[in-house]
Design a protein around this ligand. Structure first.
Ligand code: SF4
Length: 352
C-alpha cells in the first residue's frame, strides 16, 4: 500500500476567512450568532461552529430582529442584504472576495448593456446569490443549455462562471458559447478560482499514480464533487467520503496505491484522520506528498477579515500551538485554528 497526498488540498483562503469570521463574531458578540446557510459546505465545520454557539438558518427572517447575522462564503443577492437591513440585523459578510469579483463582473456586463450568461449549477448557494445581482441572467449548466439560449447575437454577451466548477467542463461550455455568439466576452481573469483549479490539477496528478482516489469532503460541496468527477474523467476510481468512517475498504488492498485529496472546505484534520485509519488498517506504508503547484502561490493567499472584527479579543484567542502527538490526538482535537491550519498546510507530512 502506498498513499499519495494531493497538493493542493483542504482549506482555501476564502474558507479559512469565513470560519474565522464566525469565530471572531462569536467571540466579540457572544452566542447566538446567526449564519445564513452553511458558512462553508462541510458538515464537520458546521457542527463544530454550532457547538460554539453559531445558529445556522436558511433565511435571515429566521433570526430574531436585530440579530448578528453572518452571510456565508458563497455570497448573497442584494435582495437578501435588503431583507437583513430591514430587520435591523448587524450583518457581517463572509462572502469570499473571489465570489464578490464574479458579482462585480455581472454588474459591469449588465451596465454595459450586455446579456449576462452565468455558467453554474442551478440551486447552488453561490449561483442563487450571483443570479440575484442583475436582472435577466441566463443560467447555463451544460453545452446543451448553450443550444437552448435565445440571445440576441447582435448584442454583447458577458459570461461569468461559478467559482468551483471543473475547468474542463467550463472550457467546453465556453467553446460552444463563443462559437454560437462571437460577441461573447470572457471575464478579465479566470472565474474558476485558484483553489478549485489547484485542487483539480492535484487530482489529475494523483490519477496518474493511483488505483483509487479518496476525496474527503461533504456531499454538499461543489468543489469536492468536482474533484471526484475530475478523478473519474482521468481514468481513476474515486469516492467522496466525509471522513475516515467512509473509507471504501472493499476497493482498497495491500497492493493499492491510494490517493487522498480534499475539497477547499474540508479541514486538514479530516485528511489526517483518513490517512491514520489507512495506516491502522494496512500498517506503516509510504506517504508521498505530491507537490503540483507552487506552494508560495497557494499559501501566500490571504483575504482580510471585515474591519469590525479585526480588533476582537479573538486575535489572541485563536493563536494556539499546532497539535503534536498521536493520530488519536488529531482525531479528537478541535477544528484547527487559523494558525494551526497554516502550520498544518505548510508541513502536512510531519504528522504522519
Ligand atoms: S473555493 Fe474559491 S471561491 Fe470558494 S471560498 Fe475558496 S477561494 Fe473562495
Amino acid at each position: 500500500m502506498r498513499i499519495y497526498l494531493a497538493r493542493s488540498r483542504a482549506f482555501c483562503a476564502g474558507v479559512d476567512r469565513a470560519i474565522e469570521i464566525v469565530e471572531r463574531a462569536l467571540s466579540k458578540y457572544g452566542p447566538p450568532v446567526y449564519v445564513r446557510k452553511q458558512i462553508v459546505h462541510n458538515e464537520f465545520v458546521v457542527n463544530q461552529l454550532a457547538a460554539k454557539g453559531a445558529v445556522f438558518v436558511e433565511e435571515v427572517d429566521e433570526a430574531p430582529p436585530r440579530s448578528v447575522v453572518v452571510f456565508s462564503a458563497h455570497g448573497v443577492s442584494p435582495a437578501v442584504r435588503q431583507e437583513a437591513d430591514s430587520m435591523g440585523h448587524r450583518v457581517i459578510d463572509a462572502t469570499c472576495p473571489l465570489v464578490t469579483k464574479v458579482h462585480v463582473e455581472a454588474k459591469r456586463g449588465y451596465e454595459r448593456g450586455d446579456q449576462v450568461v452565468l455558467i453554474a449549477h442551478a440551486g447552488h448557494d453561490e449561483t442563487l446569490g450571483t443570479m440575484g445581482e442583475v436582472p435577466g441572467i441566463h443560467l447555463v449548466e451544460s453545452t446543451d443549455d448553450v443550444l437552448k439560449l435565445g440571445l440576441d447575437s447582435a448584442r454583447g454577451v458577458t459570461f461569468i462562471t461559478q467559482t468551483t466548477l471543473a475547468n474542463d467542463e467550463v472550457s467546453d461550455i465556453v467553446g460552444h458559447l463563443v462559437a454560437r455568439y462571437p460577441l461573447a466576452t470572457p471575464p478579465p481573469s479566470e472565474d474558476v478560482c485558484y483553489a478549485s483549479q489547484n485542487r483539480q490539477k492535484a487530482v489529475k496528478e494523483l490519477a496518474e499514480k493511483c488505483d483509487t482516489i479518496l476525496v474527503v469532503g461533504s456531499r454538499s460541496s461543489s468543489n469536492a464533487n468536482r474533484l471526484v468527477e475530475v478523478a473519474i474523467r482521468s481514468g481513476c476510481q474515486a469516492s467522496l467520503i466525509d471522513d475516515s468512517e467512509g473509507i471504501p475498504w472493499a476497493a482498497i488492498s495491500e497492493e493499492s496505491s491510494v490517493g487522498v485529496a480534499a475539497g477547499a472546505s474540508t479541514p486538514e484534520m479530516l485528511v489526517v484522520g483518513v490517512v491514520s485509519e489507512l495506516k491502522r488498517h494496512f500498517g506503516d506504508c509510504p506517504i508521498i506528498d505530491l507537490r503540483v503547484n507552487s506552494e508560495d502561490f497557494e499559501y501566500g493567499v490571504q483575504f482580510t477579515i471585515p474591519s469590525g472584527l479585526r480588533d476582537s479579543s479573538s486575535d489572541t484567542h485563536n493563536v494556539q500551538e499546532a497539535p503534536s502527538g498521536s493520530d488519536e490526538t488529531f482525531r479528537s482535537a478541535q477544528p484547527p485554528t487559523r494558525k494551526m491550519r497554516r502550520t498544518k498546510i505548510r508541513n502536512p507530512n510531519r504528522r504522519f
